[in-house]
Design a protein around this ligand. Sequence first.
Ligand code: NDP
Length: 315
Amino acid sequence: MADKKHVRCLIIGSGPAGYTAAIYASRANLNPILYEGIQPGGQLTTTTDIENFPGYPQGISGTEMMEDLRKQAQRFGTDIRSGIATSVDFSGKPLQVTFDDNQTIEADTVIIATGASAKYLGISDETKYAGMGVSACATCDGFFYRKKVVAVVGGGDTACEEAGYLSQLASKVYLIVRKNYLRASQIMQERVMQASNIEILFETQVTGLFGENGVEGAHIVKYKDTPQEIHSDLAIDGLFLAIGHKPNTDIFKPYIALDEIGYIKTQGETTATNVPGVFAAGDVADPHYRQAVTAAAGGCKAALDAERYLAKNHL
Ligand code: NDP
C-alpha cells in the first residue's frame, strides 16, 4: 500500500485492543492505519493457551488468536504496518505520531493501545544475566530449560501460569513468592499446588544471581527485614520473572494525563483521554482487569468514540 501521511484514525498497538479497534474503525470506513509496535500481536503471543476468552470452548493459543484478529482487521481494509511509535506531538491538530524516528503520520484521531511490558525486579544481576538465564517469558524461553531446574518469581496468575507451563518441561520449578499467600485465582493456585514438581517458597525474595557463564543459582532471603531473616543460595539454571507489568506510556507523558503508576486516565465510561481526539484502550489504560476480553472491548469502545468524535467535528 502506498505511503499515507494523513489518516482519520491511527491505531498504535497490535494486541486485542488495537486489532479490535482496527476491525471497528475499518468497518466504519475510517480507513485506519495500525502500527504493530514493539511486540506484534502483543502480550498474548507470549502466553500459552487462552482458556477464558468467550467462544473458544477448547481454548486457543495466544499466537493463533492474534493471527486471527490480524486477518480479521485486514479483511476490512486496515493498513497494518510494522514500526514503533518513538515520539508524539499532541500540542495541536492534526495530531502527530512519529514512527521509528523517521516517519511522521498526521491523524485526526489516535487510539493508543500500546499495552504493557513485563516488570523486572530492578537488581543489577538481571541485566548481567539477560539472555543467559533470566527471562520474563516462559513460553518464549522455556524450551531451553528442558529437564533443568528453574524458578519463577511472583504470586499472581501470570506466575502460576508460567510455573505450570515450565513444570511440563523442567525437572523442578520453584515458585518464589514474597508474601505468605498467592494472589492468583483459585483455579491457577490449584494447578500449581497439584503439580508434583513445583515447590512454593513463600515469604522469599531474590536478591542476586550467580554463575560463571550463565545463571547457576540465586541468592534468596526468607523473612526479609525481620529478625528471622534467613539468607541462602538456591541452585537454578534459569530465573523467570512474572511480577506484573508496566504500561507503555513513556512517549505520551508530555501530553496525556497518567495516573501515579503510568496508566492512561480515561474519562468516565469512555476511552477519551485529556487530549481531544486521542483515545486509549486495553492494558495501557486498565490497571484493574487486564484481560484479553476487556482489552478487546476497550478497542471496540475506542473505535466508536473516535468515529463519534470525527462526526461531531466534521472531520
Ligand atoms: P499481578 O499484579 O496480579 O501479580 C504480580 C505478582 O508479583 C504478585 O504476587 C506480587 O506480589 C508479585 N511482585 C510484584 N513485584 C514484586 C517484586 N518486586 N518482587 C517480588 N514479587 C513481586 O500480575 P500478573 O501479571 O500475575 O497478572 C496481571 C493481571 O492479568 C491480573 O489481573 C491477572 O488476573 C491477569 N491474568 C490472568 C490470567 C488468566 O486468567 N489465565 C493469566 C495471567 C494474568 P504481591 O502480591 O506481594 O504484590
